[in-house]
Design a protein around this ligand. Sequence first.
Ligand code: SF4
Length: 403
Amino acid sequence: MNEADSENIAATFRRRGYSVTDDIKKADAVVVNTCTVRQRAEDKAISQIGRLRLWKENKPEGKLFVVGCAAQKLGTKYLKSRFPFINEVVGARAIEHFEDALEAQYGPAEAAIEASHRNLFRSPQTAYVTIMRGCSLKCSYCIVPAVRGPASFIPATEILEDARAKLAAGAKELVLLGQTVNSWRRDGATFSELLREVLRLPGLGRLRFMSPHPLYFDEDFTALLAREKKLARHLHLPVQSGSDRILKAMRRGYSRAQYLDLLARLRAAAPDLAVSTDFIVGYPGETEADSRDTLSLVKEGRFSLAYCFKYSPRTDKPGMKASIGEAEMEARLEKLLAAVRENSRVVLNERIGKIEKVLFETETYGRASGNFAVRVKAGGIPGKISAVLVDGAEKNTLNGKLI
Ligand code: SF4
């Protein structure tokens, strides 16, 4: 979400004739897009802003914008009193209206210059399309609903217009974004109906979405997944824990068996579906047995990849301290990471001998529909989807030949 917001912010600057630089000394304006999903992210944002004091001293006419979730949570008053050199604070809930902050600093844009389509984070072939903001669930550890507010869904017409513009500018792959992206519903239309509309757009080679929540998949979606080959054969489906006790404490809304049952239904529709996930290690009250349940789920879920995070206590949730020490937390994380690595190796090796449809980013590198990184010796055409016969796998990458 933050990457997509950063790209949209960059586009508002480009429309005024600015370009993006990686060299802070050259920058006339700096935008710090903050995250507060973990306490550490918030702390990092604060120290990043602190470091910009020097830039501002050397360039007093430079403009500093602080935006996003930590900006929302900490508020303009606090941030401006602690860092008086900030020019504008734009919280996550107002981020679509970033242009207003630009106007406040630079006045109205004289003549909008057409923004060039250059992604800051993904390759030029891939573009993000935000379809919803906020979240109406109440996972115990999560600050998103408090910071970003309840779920609000962008109308289909706006989504399609954004998607069309990005395809016209050269994107081949779209990634629909939202905190619980598959909960999208608007004006009587469902998420699957929206997917169908997007899939019909000319120029689209592949469609992804991130991150779905297990609660919102229905039969209509599985039927669509089975039929629509442009729908990526990959889902990032956060599970967080393999223990029913912990899932309940986290208020995730599903049990381990329900999650596995969902995976089975999705894989029945798309047998080559790759699934990645997220785990939180050391949630308050997690016992040795709970952590073993998580380890066993890695294998049972056949995840291609998993992002594993140590539970991070927040200063704003004082009642939710981890119940294990740092050494035990570290040990559980290490075990989990080893299990994930081993499992990813198995999943990758299963792809050897198979044909993958690869969207090339360079002549030698691209991404398969299952989101695996794929390398070939030569011959890939950036922006084109080509078939590759996989003949090897190493670390997180498949190797192969164009066919
Ligand atoms: S579904 Fe995701 S964003 Fe919503 S409360 Fe749970 S963890 Fe947070």
